[in-house]
Design a protein around this ligand. Structure first.
Ligand SMILES: [Zn+2]
Length: 275
């Protein structure tokens, strides 16, 4: 089975049946669907300025009919109504939240307050990390070390996407830091996952996965598969190639079957909260 942690809704079309069929053709059994982005992210021509409540409605029109499409609501934690938006999304039945820190650091006090509220509501957060292709100065906000601050948020489950490419080594080090912190501070209940959605250009892929799995940290239960596909342009052939490439690399790395099953299914279930 294959579950995908990272697929975007980036336009106004709502075609869940057609999309689900394509997912099945690509060999994907279910996925996280990330809502249309908040206003601050509207630098793409294909994004439409919408109220948060409209974006939430759109997300549930997509996911409402399907058991295999898991709704994640994309918020800008610095919007004045962010806490209200989280509350409304949780009430509606959202499974998690998506955040891209594109003009503020993850440890910004205002953002941390919102992340804490999400943790209190027992929902996971999928963060962008690594270089950000958005046509402006923003990658600096997405270096893995900036996410260390989340260590203080009890009960938070979060994932850093794209293996933080090109800062994969830094991401692995931050993961190691969280591991060590559990030993040093048994009170900690924050949990970090790594979403291996590319990011990584093809020639970096094997190297990044090799380091991720072989550095020596206990990571096998915290790696998530993802594609960064868009619902509107979902390319079955390309996605199939991504899955087979990652499977081939994991086999070449001699990963135990349980670790591979974790990446494609079991870790997804724990992250999304359906295990
Ligand atoms: Zn993405």
């Amino acid at each position: 089975m294959v579950y995908d942690t990272h697929i975007h809704i980036m336009d106004e079309k709502v075609e869940p049946a057609k999309f689900s069929k394509k997912l099945r053709q690509a060999g994907i059994d279910g996925c996280v669907l990330l809502s249309q982005p908040p206003k601050s992210f509207y630098h793409h021509s294909y994004c439409f300025s919408q109220k948060a409540s409209d974006r939430l409605d759109n997300l549930f029109t997509w996911c409402g009919q399907s058991e295999n499409l898991f709704p994640f609501f994309w918020i800008d934690p610095l919007e004045k109504s962010a806490l209200k938006q989280v509350k409304a999304a949780v009430k509606r039945g959202v499974m998690g939240f998506k955040v891209i820190c594109d003009y503020y650091y993850p440890y910004d006090k205002r953002a941390m307050e919102v992340f804490r509220f999400i943790a209190e509501n027992k929902k996971p957060i999928l963060f962008h990390s690594g270089i950000l292709w958005d046509g402006k100065m923003s990658s600096i906000y997405n270096r893995p070390a900036g996410f260390e601050a989340l260590i203080e948020i009890s009960g938070l489950k979060f994932a850093l996407a794209h293996i933080a490419w090109p800062w994969c080594d830094e991401l692995i080090a931050v993961y190691g830091k969280f591991q060590q912190a559990y030993l040093a501070r048994p009170d900690l209940s924050v949990e970090m996952f790594v979403d291996i959605t590319p990011g990584t250009p093809a020639i970096f892929r094997k190297d990044a996965l090799y380091k991720l799995f072989k550095t020596g940290y206990d990571i096998k239960d915290h790696v998530l598969f993802g594609t960064d596909g868009f619902t509107s342009t979902f390319d079955v052939k390309q996605i199939k190639t991504m899955i087979s490439t990652d499977r081939r690399i994991m086999n070449e790395l001699d990963l135990p079957q349980a670790a591979i099953d974790g990446v494609f299914l079991n870790n997804f279930k724990r992250f999304v909260g359906i295990a």
